[in-house]
Design a protein around this ligand. Sequence first.
Ligand code: ADP
Ligand code: ASP
Ligand code: MG
Length: 417
Amino acid sequence: MERKAPRIVMKFGGTSVADLDRIRAVAERVRAEVEAGREVAVVVSAMAGVTNQLVGYCQALSPLHDAREYDAVVATGEQVTSGLLAIALQTLGVDARSWHGWQIPLRTDDAHGRARIATIDGDALISCMRAGQVPVIAGFQGIGPDGRVTTLGRGGSDTSAVAIAAAVNADRCDIYTDVDGIYTTDPRIVAKARKLDKITYEEMLELASVGAKVLQTRSVELAMKERVRVQVLSSFADGAGTADGETPGSLVVDEDEIVEQELVTGIAYSRDEAKVSMRRIPDKPGIAAAIFGPLSEANINVDMIVQSTGEDGMTNMTFTTSKSDLGRAIALMEAAHHEIQYGELLTDDAVVKVSVVGVGMRSHAGIANTMFRTLSDRAINIQVISTSEIKVSVLIAAEYTELAIRALHTAYGLDAA
Ligand code: ADP
Ligand code: ASP
Ligand code: MG
């Protein structure tokens, strides 16, 4: 069907809707886009801090709470914001209506707390926009096969926004946040971080998956698959919005849209890491299966793995997992002691994973070596290493996080002038 007005999805994160003044400012931005003749759908997060508080309530009542009730609780944060923003827009004379996940409907699987989107019916939203009304959608939530509310995992409003942009065939998905784009590394850690005008889907996906939380990993995955044009920009910058067509933030694009490719595009870190080491394990077939079998059955994600060279028939095994899974991982390893027969079980959660990412790594050797040398020059010990085609990650002591990231940022020539 022919369509003339450009259609955009605008997503606002928690700090962008932190209080009523911020919500009014967001309403002004949305109005500017509407007045510029665009069809607009808005996706909102919970007000800053609200989701953390709701998660805290569930945990305080019961650490092993029912995931369906967790979703019933945490999904409310976004509902509040969607109603408030609809009111703020109406106050400015903009026709607006709030939408919950079930009203769209945005259907997900039944993995409560970390659900994946299955289907979205864009028809009702499209009719709403065609009629000149702005839908204000509660992000982060959907409806599961059992008819109950589900949530998409922390940071999931990004994924809601991209999925809705795909479902309504939007020209662009604008992710408004508290920084003005995607940087070479977290600008809150490295003052000399440089803003990237463009970044490839592939590199953004890798950066997100190793900890750059500016976009949820699944949102990038989905944008890449559905060819959604994603822009990250600040909701705090001056000006009513991007109604004049400029692209002041960072665009996530295909590789052929990047003119000059750096060897290393960015550096990310993840504090959500814990290390488990087993020493003096008999070096014989079946040991890895005895360790990782139970972990996988319990749905515990293992990230980095190293096994040392065997000596005198004994070996050592180290792996990392997320901090929240550490307790369960220890319990499983203790339960499997008779089978694994390790001499000693050691754990450490004061660790951080630092990763350098760049498609240039495919064709250039020496990038990993620069990382190892830079860290050794600072006397930072590398505990575990893992690599992929376009990424090198190291596990180091958490106390060196800032030092390591700043040194690497300089070593790869990423510092802003
Ligand atoms: P929102 O609430 O808007 O979703 P988030 O806190 O989830 O915002 O994501 C934005 C934050 O991501 C920034 O404040 C910044 O500290 C962090 N961040 C980490 N890595 C990067 C990066 N490479 N570029 C920009 N921001 C980054
Ligand atoms: N409010 C949710 C969270 O804090 C989802 C989001 O903000 O994207 O994780
Ligand atoms: Mg976020």
